[in-house]
Design a protein around this ligand. Sequence first.
Ligand SMILES: C[S@@+](CC[C@H](N)C(=O)[O-])C[C@H]1O[C@@H](n2cnc3c(N)ncnc32)[C@H](O)[C@@H]1O
Length: 281
Amino acid sequence: MASQVHLPYFDQILALLKDQNQEAIAAFGRHVHWGYWEDPKRADGTLPDFANATEQLSRKVCDAGNITDGLKILDCGCGFGGTIASLNERFSNLELVGVNIDERQLERARSQVQPLNQNAISFVCADACNLPFEDNSFDVVLAVECIFHFPSRETFFQEAHRVLKPGGHLAICDFVPLKISLPLMQFLDKFLQSSVQKTYGLVQSNFSLSTYQTLAQTTGFIPRITEDITRNTLPTYPLVRQLCRQNGAAETAKITAGAELVSKLGITRYLILSFEAIDPY
Ligand SMILES: C[S@@+](CC[C@H](N)C(=O)[O-])C[C@H]1O[C@@H](n2cnc3c(N)ncnc32)[C@H](O)[C@@H]1O
């Protein structure tokens, strides 16, 4: 088993779930990521509306991965298995594998997600940058709002390429700074690093779209989809800030407000990206 990483905000969420906190269950019991609102003006600030929006974001990333019945799919950084649960409900004859570096989250995933529709499901504790799977063994690799926590995007792309069959798809979503914003992000990182570390854990927001394109080229991928959904995610921020404040996580609320500001100013964009693996030979 990989040496585990326990992110501070997951310590908080797990404690709330253990106490049967109904708001935490509604907001983060299935998906732990931002929401997607087709029309953000219609977001109503309620927990059911947020839960629906997180499901929509998960589906958008899966759509970018070209998922159809019968595929073998790896969800890296799978959290409580929300994306696997969604695929399990919507498709059949899938082989679904969730990977996470925190065994506590996988325990919840295993208890929450039971196979339906002739699907097979397993959850494995491992580092997404050191995958315990054979070469050419998956049709799709997903990483829903987690790549910024991984030790290295380069190593993750190499690993994703190794385990994907040629023609397979990698689909992710990430907070991507504009190239001209990178020096500002580095500056902010210097001052906020210890607060971010204490709340969200390791967060590396230093990859622009052009860096992604270069990375894809050097690791055997062709970029397929780039979708900017920043404005569709914005209703997430007030809701997450409010939940943090209600549950004594004032510092997490402050960092979330900072992330909201850089998103609203267009310094960082929320992107869905997908790539097709090409055979290097
Ligand atoms: C924002 S959560 C997203 C969870 C899930 N993808 C979802 O959408 O609900 C980030 C996830 O990345 C996981 N993670 C962080 N570092 C990881 C690593 N090196 N390998 C695998 N998972 C990792 C965390 O444990 C956490 O579950």
